[in-house]
Design a protein around this ligand. Structure first.
Ligand code: SAH
Ligand code: SF4
Ligand code: F3S
Length: 469
C-alpha cells in the first residue's frame, strides 16, 4: 500500500465548472451556439476520456458535431502505442490547416497519450502552428480552463508538465451509448513492459475508491445501461494503492450485487496478477461475462523475460487452464507482438504453438514498433522488416483458421445475447463472450437480453435467429 493517489479537490473541480460558465457567457454574448468535434484514437481508455471531453464541451455550451469542418473547436485525443498510430494523427493534424483556413476562428487541441511525450510537443510547437492548445492525460480535468485561456488570451497554451497522475471524480461526461458504458476503475500503469509507452504517458497506477465506482455503476444501471465494461491497463492490480482491502475480484462481486439485469465485462487483465480468486469470482456470478482478454504477448519465456512481463509460458498456460476449468464456456482473446528485438524463428514458432494450444476466439496482433524512451527501442533488432511481415502474416493465418473453426462450432447452439442495435436491415447482438451476431427481429427488442440460436458463421461474426420460448 502506498496511499499516494492524489484526488483533485472539490474546490479545484468547482473552479473548472466556473470556466465552463465563463465560456458559455462568451458565446451567449455573441448570440452563437458554438460547435465542437472530438476525434478519438487508441483504446477504450481514450474513448472514456473523450466522453469527458465532450461532457466539458457541452457544459461550456458547445453542440457536438461529427466532423471537423466548420467546428469551432476540434480536439484530437491521440494514441502513442505504435508509430503508425502517431503518423495517422500527424497526417490528420496537417489536414486541419485547411479546415482552419476555411473557418479561421477554429481552435485546435491535441491531447491524449501523444501529448505526454516531449518529442511530440516539441514538434507541435515548431511545425504545427495552427494547433492552439496541447494537454497531456494528466491535465484533461483542466480542459475548461485551457479552452478558456485559448479563447481569451489569443496565444497557444501547453499543459504538458509530467506528473505521477491524479484522480478527478465527477467531471461532466457525455456518454456515447445508453445501453453500454465504460467505467474506468483505475488509471495509469506501473508495469513498464519494455516495449510500452503507456506508463510514461499515463503515469502511475491509481485506483478510484470502490464507493465511487459502485455509485457510478448503480446510477448507470438505474438509467438503463445493460453492459458495463470496467477499464484499466491492468485491472487485476485494482486497489493496491488504496487501504480499503478491496481487490479486483471483490470489486466485481460488489458490482454484481447491484439489482438489475446487466452484464459486467472488464479489460485489460495482466496475466501476472490474474488470480484463481478472480476466475472463481467470474465463475460464481451470472452477471459477470465469461469473457477474458488476457494478453500473452509472446509464447517464448525468453522473450517474455526481455519484455519484463513477469510470467513465463508455463505460468500463463496454467492460469488459462484453470480459468477454462472453472468456466467451460469462457471466450478468450489476447494481444500478441511479433518481431520483438531478438525474437528468433524458434521463439516465433513458440508463439504459434501457444495460440494453437490455447485456441483464442480472436487475437489482436501487432508488429513490434519501437517507442522512443522505452528500453526495447534501444535493443539490437536485426530481424529484417520483410521477415517480421512474414511472421505476422503466418500468425494471422493460423489465428483466422482457429477463429473460423471456433465460430462454426457455435452453429446450432443457443446463447443469451444483448440486442444492442441495428446494422442495415438486421438487429445486432452480442453473446456473453462478446461475439457479434446479426439477426432479424423487432427493433423494440433493443436493450433486452434474448436467447439466440446461431445459424451461420464467418471468421469475424455470427448470424442467428431469435429463439422463440
Ligand atoms: N495494458 C494492456 C495493454 C495495453 S496496449 C496489457 O498490458 O495487456 C495494447 C497492446 O498493444 C498490448 O497488449 C501490446 O500487444 C501492444 N503494444 C504495446 N506496445 C507496443 C509496441 N511498442 N509495439 C507493438 N505493439 C505494442
Ligand atoms: Fe503497457 Fe505493460 Fe502497462 Fe500493458 S501492462 S499498459 S503493455 S506497460
Ligand atoms: Fe494508445 Fe494511450 Fe490507449 S497509448 S492504446 S490511447 S493508453
Amino acid at each position: 500500500m502506498n496511499n499516494q493517489t492524489t484526488v483533485i479537490s472539490q474546490d479545484k473541480l468547482d473552479a473548472q465548472l466556473a470556466y465552463c460558465n465563463k465560456i458559455n457567457d462568451l458565446w451567449r454574448s455573441r448570440g452563437i451556439t458554438p460547435t465542437a468535434y472530438v476525434e478519438t484514437y487508441g483504446c477504450q481508455q481514450n474513448e472514456a476520456d473523450s466522453e469527458k471531453l465532450r461532457g466539458i464541451l457541452c457544459e461550456s455550451g458547445y453542440a457536438i458535431t461529427d466532423t471537423a469542418e466548420n467546428a469551432d473547436v476540434v480536439v484530437m485525443n491521440t494514441c502513442a502505442i505504435r508509430e503508425h498510430a502517431e503518423q495517422r494523427v500527424f497526417g490528420n493534424l496537417g489536414a486541419l490547416t485547411h479546415t482552419k483556413r476555411r473557418h479561421p476562428g477554429q481552435k485546435i487541441f491535441l491531447c491524449g497519450c501523444m501529448a505526454g511525450q516531449t518529442v511530440v510537443t516539441d514538434r507541435i510547437k515548431k511545425s504545427y502552428p495552427h494547433v492552439d492548445g496541447v494537454f497531456s492525460t494528466h491535465h484533461l480535468w483542466q480542459f475548461a480552463e485551457i479552452l478558456y485561456r485559448v479563447l481569451t488570451a489569443g496565444k497557444r497554451v501547453f499543459y504538458i508538465e509530467d506528473e505521477p497522475g491524479s484522480i478527478a471524480e465527477g467531471l461532466p461526461q457525455m456518454r456515447d451509448h445508453t445501453l453500454k458504458a465504460w467505467v474506468s476503475i483505475m488509471y495509469g500503469c506501473n508495469n513498464f513492459c519494455t516495449y510500452c509507452i503507456v506508463p510514461y504517458v499515463r503515469g502511475r497506477e491509481r485506483s478510484r475508491k470502490s464507493g465511487d465506482i459502485l455509485a457510478e455503476c448503480r446510477q448507470l444501471i438505474e438509467n438503463g445501461t445493460r453492459e458495463i465494461t470496467l477499464l484499466g491497463q491492468n485491472v487485476n492490480s485494482y486497489g493496491k494503492d488504496l487501504d480499503e482491502g478491496v481487490d479486483f475480484a471483490d470489486l466485481l462481486l460488489k458490482i454484481a450485487e447491484i439489482p438489475g439485469d446487466f452484464l459486467i465485462r472488464f479489460m485489460t487483465s495482466h496475466p501476472r496478477d490474474a488470480s484463481q480468486k478472480l476466475f472463481d469470482a467470474m465463475a460464481s456470478s451470472p452477471k459477470i461475462a465469461k469473457q477474458l482478454h488476457l494478453p500473452f504477448q509472446s509464447g517464448s519465456s525468453r522473450v517474455l523475460k526481455a519484455m519484463n512481463r513477469h510470467y513465463d509460458r508455463e505460468v500463463y498456460l496454467q492460469k488459462v487452464n484453470y480459468a477454462k476449468s472453472v468456466m467451460p464456456d469462457l471466450v478468450l482473446t489476447s494481444d500478441v507482438i511479433v518481431g520483438f528485438p531478438g525474437e528468433t524463428e524458434e521463439e516465433f514458432e513458440e508463439t504459434i504453438s501457444l495460440i494453437q494450444q490455447v485456441r483464442y476466439d480472436s487475437l489482436f496482433t501487432f508488429i513490434f514498433s519501437p517507442r522512443p524512451g522505452t528500453p526495447a527501442a534501444k535493443m539490437e533488432d536485426l530481424t529484417p522488416k520483410e521477415e517480421k511481415n512474414r511472421r505476422f502474416d503466418k500468425l494471422c493465418a493460423v489465428q483466422n483458421t482457429i477463429s473460423e473453426e471456433i465460430h462454426s462450432g457455435y452453429i446450432g447452439k443457443t446463447f443469451r445475447c444483448l440486442i444492442d442495435g441495428t446494422d442495415k436491415d438486421f438487429l445486432t447482438a452480442r453473446t456473453e463472450g462478446g461475439r457479434l451476431v446479426r439477426l432479424q427481429g423487432d427493433k423494440a427488442l433493443i436493450g433486452t437480453f434474448q436467447p439466440v440460436t446461431i445459424t451461420g458463421s464467418t471468421t469475424w461474426s455470427l448470424t442467428g435467429t431469435l429463439n422463440k420460448e
